[in-house]
Design a protein around this ligand. Sequence first.
Ligand code: PGA
Length: 245
Amino acid sequence: MQLFIEKDYSALSNKAAQIFANEIRQKPDLVIGLATGGTPKGTYKELIRMHREEGLDFSKIVSFNLDEYLGLTPDNPQSYKYYMFENLFNHINIQRENVHIPDGLVSDINSYCKKYDKEIEKYGGIDLQLLGIGVNGHIGFNEPADEIIVDTHLTDLSKDTIKANSRYFDSADQVPTKAITMGIGSIMKAKKILLLASGQAKAEIMAKLLNNNTITTKTPASLLMLHQDVTIIMDEEAASGIKNI
Ligand code: PGA
């Protein structure tokens, strides 16, 4: 595991975008796994700048998003499809047919989820997976539990997640209670994983994750300790509770 501690959110975002850009330049048809939420916005902004000013080319890039709320239409500004086009895809030269975001409106969810994992496999798996982390240690919408589902699936959001995500909605009762998420196995199959954590709100979970040399499904992100190529970038606030670094 590689750890980087950057001064602030802006430096963290630039570092993450740099890692993406290096991989894209080495492999123009990179298969990327993408995340939503507040944390990756700065990374996407910097990637857009690199596309505009440095010609970073996304024309052969294939993307798979981690998750999507159940029941939100793509024109709902809270849907992750809307987020991705607004914050990244509308501003770079990715091909629309290379973009994959779970569809939160499908009726046969089980077969849809199986197809989503098959589609990832068809492209040879994810080369570089970007992750945020929930205050409860979730990655994607893989919430703390006694057991964690391996493949892409429909999940109930935890109370902690509904509370944390209510900041993006008018009120907590508007936050969908279910979502489709890539499973922990779908994430762990990525060749390289890049996890970002920013701000004081993430200090406690990052300390829990990195001060303990243990894994538990109660902290889903701890399972990443078993992956052979994980890079974690934190800003100083998110890293403030970590010992021995
Ligand atoms: P955030 O969400 O980037 O909005 O903090 C991260 C997550 O819940 O995975």
